[in-house]
Ligand binder design. Structure first.
Ligand SMILES: Nc1ncnc2c1ncn2[C@@H]1O[C@H](CCC(=O)c2cccc(C(=O)O)c2)[C@@H](O)[C@H]1O
Ligand SMILES: [Zn+2]
Length: 353
């Protein structure tokens, strides 16, 4: 793993501020959030898997040579989720971890195709995530919503299946708010997914594809033009195109920035070379997210600490980032106001200590 990625440089006071700051998380993957404990428990249950059962050994297993290697390892963890009960447990534990980090609202990216093609019954899958969502909200106070994403590399069959699961009124879960596209971008052009996004958008879902994580700014343009993206997952390469940055800023299309992820998958060489500063300078709405936190040896707190260092932010600046995420979320206006007020109250109290 990537212990070395954990940002030890944030002042202790700023870390304490982040730890208590109410937050929204907009870009975090379901399977990618499985804690080392859950992964090792599932690996022990399925001895045919090559995933290590020892949480210590997982650190090495979660060290990636490139993005393709990351996806290969990711899929070996996907292979461990075999029953609706695995799905329910994973979802509930992810919510517990989000609540620990003072996340009041999260949009969790789920890839239902990966589970249904592995034989999990679609109805049982939906019931498992919804059951965990309701239990988590009641017990932890964290509101979860879903983004169903197409694993692009799995082709149009996966696109069709994901769209069906997201738009069929008999199946579509109550917590579903958005539609995404993930996996490798190289060799997986975005425009081919237009008809599926059109159907999802017509069914009332928001469009939030990954784009520009491992390919150039033209992929981000494609996501905007063909997939009608309302936010962009990563968008890292947008920094290479000033016109694109101006467009994102003007239309308030937020970027879901996940700094440590970009280093762990080797999409960006070092944190100091991360383009987050260019985004902020261009007036783009930046949100801070964790992507696949245990796989990248990080958590949302660490991502905020990284952002504070890279952007030179104090408490007010960090509160601004947290508010950006609330504003860019698909929560209703009353929910947005509630969390924004909570952030303001917390910050004012902290600064008047
Ligand atoms: N940083 C990331 N950037 C992009 N995506 C990320 C990131 N982190 C996690 N993901 C997830 O990885 C999945 C990839 C799954 C995939 O490619 C695939 C291909 C062929 C077959 C199957 C299968 O299941 O049989 C799956 C995506 O859907 C997405 O949810
Ligand atoms: Zn992602």
């Amino acid at each position: 793993m990537t212990e070395h990625l954990v940002d030890a440089q944030a002042p202790r006071d700023l870390k304490a501020f982040i730890a208590g700051l109410p937050k929204a998380e907009l870009h975090v993957h379901h399977v990618g959030s499985a804690s080392p404990r859950i992964v090792s428990e599932l690996a022990a249950r399925h001895p045919d898997s090559k995933v290590p059962t020892d949480p210590e050994a997982l650190a090495d297993y979660f060290t990636f040579t490139d993005f393709a290697h990351f996806i290969e390892v990711y899929l070996s963890v996907v292979d461990l989720i075999r029953t609706p009960e695995d799905v329910r447990l994973l979802t509930y534990e992810v919510a517990r971890e989000l609540a620990r980090q003072q996340v009041r609202y999260a949009e969790l990216t789920i890839t239902p195709f990966s589970s249904t093609r592995r034989g999990i019954d679609e109805r049982a899958f939906m019931d498992a995530i919804e059951d965990a969502r309701k239990a988590a909200e009641a017990e932890f106070g964290t509101v979860l919503r879903w983004c169903f994403d197409i694993p692009g590399e799995a082709g149009l069959e996966a696109a069709e299946e994901t769209t069906r699961l997201a738009t069929d009124d008999r199946l579509r879960p109550e917590g579903l708010v958005s539609f995404g596209l993930g996996g490798p971008e190289i060799g997986v052009p975005r425009p081919q997914f237009k008809p599926y996004f059109d159907r999802a958008i017509a069914a009332g879902l928001h469009s939030v594809p990954h784009a520009g994580e491992t390919t150039g700014p033209e992929t981000v343009w494609d996501a905007l033009t063909h997939l009608r993206a309302e936010r962009i997952g990563h968008g890292t390469s947008a920094a290479q195109d000033p016109k694109l940055l101006a467009h994102l800023a003007e239309h308030r299309i937020a970027l879901e920035v996940c700094p440590t992820s970009n280093i762990a998958t080797r999409a960006v060489r070092t944190l100091d070379e991360h383009p987050i500063k260019e985004f902020a300078r261009a007036g783009v709405v930046v949100t801070i997210n964790s992507d696949d936190p245990p796989m990248f040896g990080t958590d949302l707190h660490n991502e905020y600490a990284v952002a504070a260092r890279l952007l030179g932010l104090d408490e007010r600046g960090l509160a601004g980032l947290a508010k950006n995420a609330v504003e860019a979320s698909f929560l209703d206006d009353a929910g947005k106001t509630r969390i924004t007020r909570e952030i303001d109250t917390y910050t004012a109290e902290w600064l008047s200590r």
